[in-house]
Ligand binder design. Sequence first.
Ligand SMILES: C[S@@+](CC[C@H](N)C(=O)[O-])C[C@H]1O[C@@H](n2cnc3c(N)ncnc32)[C@H](O)[C@@H]1O
Length: 230
Amino acid sequence: MRAILARSEQKKDVPWDVEKFFQSGVFEIDAMLQYAESIQPLREKKCALDFGCGVGRLTQALASHFERVCGVDISPAMIQHARNYQGSEGRSEYLVNETGDLRQFRDSQFDFVYSSITLQHMPARFAKKYIAEFLRVLNPAGLLLFQLPSHRKGNFARVRTLAHELFDPVLHPITPRVMMSGLSKHEVIQLLTEHCGYVLDVASDESAGKDWESFRYLVQKTPQSPAPSP
Ligand SMILES: C[S@@+](CC[C@H](N)C(=O)[O-])C[C@H]1O[C@@H](n2cnc3c(N)ncnc32)[C@H](O)[C@@H]1O
């Protein structure tokens, strides 16, 4: 759980309070759905996808709003923990996704696609591919909401990032490191547009920590123009 909410106020030597941890997911999902639906109400709430679900903090919370929720994660260990925490309620399903795409899901399968503090932990080229896939698996009447940092804040940000990457492993050799990367807002919007995404809103977000500028993107599919008649 520390690996998931590393920047939380939880003190290092105090064990995690599991109830509080999952409650934080309920607060996040309630707030995010309220925000999204204040802009574009969802027509149907059958099926949702939580990409990078970890131990199911947000997947469980989504299950109170959708008939079925699918949590996917690259880590089999996370998926095993998510299944153990799931208890007996049967609305959520947890699947390992080890490919660089979402080929195990059909086109237009989900009414809501959500991803939080996940795309930032992979090289930008992978994040781009997943964002394109989010749009493929999104129902035309559905909503996509994801968080992604753009860049480190402050002057000399590039130098600081480089210095951090070079010297941190030497200065703190036994501290586990989590990679952080971002994509500029301009690039993200361009990518979404190229993949038939229509950006409804972009909001500032603090979940990547105080050193990073980060955004949440609320997106729907652009209606496809009808095929020209022969
Ligand atoms: C910081 S945790 C966030 C978990 C969850 N979204 C939450 O907020 O509680 C990031 C998760 O992303 C997962 N992850 C990283 N790269 C991934 C990828 N390429 N595909 C799916 N999950 C990935 C990690 O295994 C980890 O469980």
